[in-house]
Design a protein around this ligand. Structure first.
Ligand code: PHE
Length: 451
């Protein structure tokens, strides 16, 4: 297979940031902050992003660029290379784990993207005058309607396939690049509105005043898991993107930029949602419905709320589409290496498989309503499995692969840029992080969670 490289330098940034910023920032971050008590967790999250997320993100990009392949063939090559040097660790397991969690994730993500489509459509109807803004139905009605959720998730999958089929350049670079700036501008404009609500003081205190007594035993793993989720680390996506990255691009700088931008977008999401949620007060801050229950109420009460609501949900949808494309591309790029099939066949095949998996989260509060696992619904189980268990464990295996699967010379060559003095100084710190700090934090988080 001919190897793709990003057409432009910005191509990588657009796609990496487009894949990082998605539902994780706008939808998941606020309610996870709510669940873990606010400010102290926000602080923990930002620190975790920098000391744990960033080193791992650099590591994943590095595996991709060193091996110049998606994660399945890359880890297979690492394994056979290592065999020759009597290292017996089954590195290829990393590739399989990543593709597995990516499949689960797309199914789960498609269902939530379907929720976004649902609200977007309702605002469209209001904007064109076909419905009244008061008639917008909340989450309860949607959650009870399993078939609607499944239908919306399928629409989302079909749109994704249509874009991915066109390939990396036509599909990814062009689409995602155009959408991102638009979204950021809209977000800032909306914050300028919500911050004028009388509840904004309370919201700022909740978000930024750290009360450490609010943290619990699971907070560390929640922070770690969410950082991996939001930075797209642990899915092999960054391996694929790294494999398309040019040689002269400096991986640590690229990773740092993606981390900082992604973290800011999450903080923005908090600034947007908490003033509204606290203002309306009947919305539970700890619930996955937080975004969808609070924002429509805000749009209902402001001038031009219908149009703004429509623009917001369109942008949110596009952000989740960009993220889904990143996930989807990971599975497609791997299967193109694995089997002799065309991109078209791979894309539809993957979509079909994901449709079957998505039956579970989509029907979670209808058909599977009676099923509870450790007190969690099927949808919550997907979330908990991915975020609190599989991603942290995949991260541990990634760290081991970086340590024993890549050669010292390779790591050095892909971290250090002789023209950037700081990269020479930072290299030992990165090595320390991936050898001791990051694995230590993950193991501690997993142990605390069991309590
Ligand atoms: N990071 C994305 C988000 O926060 C999710 C994602 C994970 C996208 C992995 C692509 C790959 O929504």
């Amino acid at each position: 297979m001919k190897h793709n490289v990003w057409k432009t330098r910005l191509g990588f940034y657009f796609v990496a940031i487009g894949s990082a910023c998605g539902l994780g920032n706008l939808w998941r971050f606020p309610y996870v902050v709510g669940e873990n008590g606010g400010g102290a967790f926000v602080l923990l999250y930002v620190l975790t992003a920098l000391v744990l997320g960033l080193p791992l993100l650099i590591g994943e990009l590095m595996i991709g660029r060193v091996m110049r392949k998606p994660v399945l063939p890359a880890t297979r090559d690492i394994e056979s290379r290592a065999r020759r040097e009597n290292e017996t660790f089954p590195f290829s397991a990393l590739g399989k784990m990543m593709v597995f969690v990516t499949l689960l994730m797309i199914a789960f993500y498609a269902v939530i993207s379907g929720w976004v489509l649902h609200f977007g459509t309702q605002f469209l109807l209001v904007t064109i005058g076909a419905a009244q803004i008061q008639e917008i139905s909340g989450m309860t009605a949607l959650l009870q309607n399993g078939l609607l959720q499944l239908g919306l998730a399928s629409v989302h999958l079909i749109i994704t396939v249509i874009i991915v089929v066109k390939g990396v350049h036509e599909g990814l670079e062009k689409w995602v690049g155009a959408l991102m700036p638009l979204f950021v501008i809209l977000l800032i404009f909306m914050i300028s509105q919500t911050i004028q609500l009388p509840s904004s003081g309370e919201a700022l205190r909740f978000l930024f005043y750290p009360d450490f007594s609010k943290l619990n035993f699971s907070s560390l793993i929640h922070a770690i898991g969410h950082v991996l989720f939001t930075l797209s680390v642990g899915f092999g996506t960054m391996v694929t993107f790294g494999s398309y990255l040019r040689d002269r691009e400096h991986i640590p700088t690229a990773g740092f930029r993606v981390t900082v931008i992604d973290t800011f977008i999450s903080l923005f999401a908090g600034l947007l949602i908490f003033p509204v949620a606290l203002f309306v007060s009947q919305v539970p801050l700890t619930d996955p419905s937080l975004l969808f229950e609070s924002l429509p109420i805000f749009f209902r009460d402001i001038p031009f709320g219908d149009v703004l609501g429509l623009i917001f949900f369109i942008s949110l949808y596009l952000a989740s589409l960009a993220a889904t494309i990143g996930l989807f591309e990971t599975v497609v790029s791997n299967s193109l290496h694995q089997f002799k099939i065309t991109r078209l066949q791979a894309s539809w095949g993957v979509a079909g498989l994901i449709f079957l998996i998505s039956l579970f989260p989509a029907l979670s509060s209808s058909f599977f309503e009676g099923y509870r696992f450790f007190g969690k619904s099927v949808l919550e189980l997907f979330d908990a499995l991915i975020v609190s268990w599989i991603l942290p464990i995949v991260a541990l295996v990634t760290l081991w692969t970086l340590r024993r699967g890549l050669k010292e010379k390779e790591k050095e060559a892909h971290f250090i840029d002789p023209l950037k003095v700081e990269s020479i100084a930072l290299y030992p710190h990165w090595k320390f992080a991936i050898t001791w700090l990051v694995p230590g934090l993950i193991i501690l988080g997993l142990i605390l969670q069991v309590f």
